[in-house]
Write a protein that binds this ligand. Structure first.
Ligand code: PLP
Length: 845
């Protein structure tokens, strides 16, 4: 028998040796103890064998342990108070990394850093190992994550429901200038933040047959998939409460067909399993292709059905009937992706719980609310009735029944107007019959909101004009917001500390406090300190770009940044036209008095979106040409930063001088990137679109660079035959820029490469780049003029920071809580932000 004489102590020597368990210990000592314990007992390693990932997990568990009490208290408070809860249904969540966010919420960031150092682990290295869950495409998913953060901070009872995609948003690499997509295996090493809750599993059914049975319908012979819950805690600031994000993962009903397996047919044996588990395998790309649409519909129903079964179970644990359902439950639909929640709640109530139809429908109309995120016709969800009826026969039947009653009601009110019936019908009848999901959401909801003042206004005048005539009180605005904890506190610690020193730390809970900074607008020392902070952040980004891309950029140059999804309506191509114009101008006059610029792009294109991918390639071709030109590149550099995601946004945005928000007026519903930049002291060059307008109203137009046609002019041009060639023919610089792209100046090895792009610009130019080009160029020149005046520029930075107080997601979520959901904070600590209520909401539109 071997004597275990040399066995290592289960505790890390540095942690165990010095402990006297009866003595109160400092926070750092306590953290060291829990990390060491977690390393040994949860990760199964010790200091001698631990790799960096083991340390990361040990730290994660130690940090997670510290939210558990508050998480339980939050849960118990909701039960004990029999509180009304809000369930936020969203196909997408982009939470970003959890570790530093949780540490900041716990107030342990500095202590954990010390604890790690003393244990011999480098905290910054660990932080960088954490995966960034890309469970969304862009702004919509990030909004959902900011809202959960605010719900937690305001201690509002409720939770987020979504899908635990095995593969999130693809990872983007740039190879020879082109986007290459790689699977994002974010769960490969496990997820130390989540809890699997197999006890909360639900059967989700598809296909099958319907058997009428009195008032109800029995749905039989279905194909079944099991939805299994995974919970993550979302800690609010100073742990005011801990919200829950519950994501569903698909599991096959039976793992494998044993009979086939025993016959040696291994592939067939697991086929059914693979097929059903496909449901939560991949995040569906934003821009639809025909292929995979059926899978998308399966996904939508999958998470909606599991979530509704789950919330009804929770309600019935403490209530004997459905009488109070609408007083205890609010369900929010984040865009139309969860629209099947409407027929699903009807089915559960009518078919499974035998609630009479009219009562069930009355409940629905008190429970649901819906946020519209886009007015662009191609982005409005419609499902062919054939597909819907094939996959979910009972739901199609319920939708037809809802529609019949709805049309009868409308007809009774407006018996003359037969075309109105066609327009407001849930079923679109031209050619293929399709279900209009936005109509379904609007009909079932008691409130429908847009996400900026302009968007809400256009929404009731165009898309929902008929509905707004029928139910004017339904429609309202809640302007989007962002969480100041992540987007200033975490992403820009240097600026946070500077602000703390002037106005204290309370802005983290009440962002309107930033308005106090205006008192320092003429304080030269403060303005210099602001410049210094920006300089540090720019150097940090320059180091990253040098290290990762091998491109040297000058932190003294003006950082001009456009990071967001690549989409024609966001007009990255207009930005490129400016870059080319500037390139030509510098070449023509290299000795001119230029302000050196670094133009930074980032963003992913949907894999099937040809034009967006061409734009990425053009950016990279232009970057190659410009950066290689020795007479230009000291004055102009172009960088495409690959794989834009929340983690990169936190690095890039604090380093920006200029924020590009240049969508065609009337197309960007709100934008939230614009808010993040302004909060970090960048000046916006932007169109009169989305939340840019409200930012201008709060910050002061003189501290931004607004240009281009407004929404009415855009509509006017479109209505009266927009002719892009007129602008091309009459503007020499513009003609030069487009001609050089077309003749291959940036792609000499393949001169035809951008034909599709230039032809589309000259022949249709749907997003009217050419109409705004001249004003954009002139405005970019004004940017240079202002940037030269350091002090003026810094004052404008300050006014941007000071003016964005209302764009906190705490304000947005308070608006929802009070005006739409009817939910109240569970704890005193989670007091609602004082409402700068959007006037449109208070009044109803
Ligand atoms: C904020 C954010 C967005 C939204 O940016 P917009 O400029 O509003 O389109 C998209 N992606 C990520 C990763 C973000 O953090």
């Amino acid at each position: 028998m071997n004597a275990p004489d040399a066995a290592p102590s289960p505790l890390a020597p540095s942690a165990s040796a010095s402990f006297d368990f009866d003595r109160p210990v400092s926070t750092v000592e306590a953290l060291k103890r829990s990390i060491s314990n977690r390393l040994v007992y949860s990760v199964g390693k010790d200091v001698r064998s631990a790799c960096a990932r083991d340390w990361l997990f040990a730290v994660f568990y130690a940090v997670r342990d510290r939210i558990m009490d508050r998480w339980r208290e939050t849960h118990h408070a909701a039960i004990d108070q029999d509180a009304k809860r809000v369930y936020y249904l969203s196909m997408e969540f982009l939470p970003g990394r959890m570790l530093t966010n949780a540490l900041a919420a716990e107030g342990l960031l500095e202590d954990i850093r010390k604890a790690c150092t003393q244990l011999g682990a480098d905290f910054d290295t660990l932080v960088d190992l954490e995966a960034d869950p890309g469970l969304g495409n862009g702004g919509l998913g990030r909004l959902a994550a900011c809202f959960l953060d605010s719900m937690a901070t305001l201690a509002l009872p409720g939770m987020g429901y979504g899908i635990r995609y095995e593969y999130g948003m693809f990872a983007q690499r740039i190879v020879d200038g082109r986007q290459v997509e790689e699977p994002d295996q974010w769960l490969l090493n496990g997820n130390p933040w989540e809890f699997m809750r197999p006890e909360y599993s639900y059967t989700v059914r598809y296909r099958g047959h319907l058997v009428p049975d009195g008032q109800r319908v029995r749905w039989v012979d279905t194909e079944n998939v099991i939805a299994v819950a995974y919970d993550s805690g979302v800690p609010g600031y100073e742990l005011s409460s801990v919200a829950t994000l519950r994501l569903w993962s698909a599991r096959a009903e039976s793992a494998l067909n044993l009979e086939q397996f025993n016959r040696g047919d291994y592939m067939r044996a697991v086929e059914a399993k693979n097929w059903s588990e496909n449901v939560s395998l991949v995040l569906y790309p934003e821009d639809k292709t025909e292929q995979g649409r059926q899978l998308r519909l399966r996904q939508e129903y999958f998470f909606v059905s599991a979530s509704l079964q789950d919330l009804l179970r929770r309600y019935l644990k403490t209530h004997g009937s459905f009488e109070q359902l609408a007083d205890k439950v609010a369900i929010h639909l984040n865009d139309t992706h969860p629209a099947l929640a409407v027929p699903e709640l009807m089915r559960l109530l009518v078919d499974e719980h035998r609630v009479p139809w009219d009562e069930a429908w009355a409940l629905c109309q008190r429970i649901f609310s819906y946020t519209n995120h886009t007015l662009m016709p191609e982005a409005l969800e419609v499902w062919p009735v054939d597909l819907l009826g094939w996959l979910l026969p009972r739901h199609l039947q319920i939708i037809y029944d809802i529609n019949a009653r709805h049309l009868a009601e409308v007809h009774a009110r407006f018996p003359e107007d037969m075309d109105l019936l066609r327009r407001v019908s849930l079923i679109e009848e031209n050619g293929q019959r399709r279900v209009r999901m936005a109509w379904l959401c609007a009909l079932a909801s008691h409130k429908v909101n847009g996400v900026s003042a302009l968007h809400s206004d256009i929404m009731v005048r165009t898309l929902f004009a008929d509905f707004a005539r029928l139910w004017p009180e339904k429609f309202c605005n809640v302007t989007n917001g962002i969480t100041p904890r992540r987007w200033l506190g975490q992403a820009n610690q240097a600026l946070s500390e500077l602000i703390d020193a002037r106005i204290g730390p309370l802005w983290r809970r009440e962002l309107s406090h930033l308005g106090q900074l205006r008192a320092h607008a003429d304080d030269d020392a403060f303005l210099a300190a602001l410049r210094l902070v920006k300089q540090r952040n720019k150097r940090r980004l320059a180091d990253y770009v040098g290290r990762e891309l091998g491109i040297e950029i000058d932190p003294e140059s003006l950082f001009d940044v456009q990071v967001k999804r690549i989409h024609e309506y966001k007009r990255q191509l207009l930005n490129v036209l400016h870059v080319i114009t500037r390139y030509h101008a510098i070449r023509a006059n290299p000795k001119g008095n230029w302000v050196p610029r670094t133009v930074i792009f980032g963003g992913k294109a949907a894999s099937a979106y040809h034009m967006a991918k061409l734009i990425i390639r053009l950016i990279n071709d232009v970057a190659r040409t410009v950066n290689a030109d020795p007479c230009v590149s000291p004055l102009l550099k172009v960088v495409f930063v690959p794989n834009y995601r929340v983690t990169l946004a936190e690095l890039i945005i604090p380093a920006a001088d200029l924020s590009e928000q240049i969508s065609l007026a009337g197309t960007e519903a709100s934008g939230t990137g614009n808010m993040k930049f302004a909060l970090n002291g960048a000046l916006t060059i932007g169109t009169w679109d989305g939340a840019n307008i409200e930012i201008a109203q709060n910050v002061g137009e003189e501290h931004m660079f607004i240009f281009g046609n407004r929404a009415e002019q855009v509509a006017e041009l479109r209505a009266h035959g927009y002719v892009p060639r007129r602008y091309y023919a009459s503007n020499y610089e513009l003609k030069m820029a487009i001609d050089r792209i077309a003749d291959g100046a940036f792609s000499p090895e393949e001169p035809q490469r951008y034909q599709d792009l230039t032809r589309s610009l000259l022949e249709s130019d749907y997003y009217q780049l050419l109409a705004d080009y001249a004003d954009y160029i002139a405005t970019q020149n004004r940017v240079d003029e202002r940037y030269r005046l350091h002090r003026d520029w810094s004052r404008s930075c300050l006014h941007n920071i000071a003016g964005v107080g209302m764009f906190s997601s705490d304000r947005a979520v308070s608006n929802y809580a009070e005006g739409i959901w009817g939910v109240r904070p569970l704890f005193e600590g989670g007091r609602p932000a004082t409402p700068p209520w959007s006037p449109a909401l208070a009044a109803g539109i």
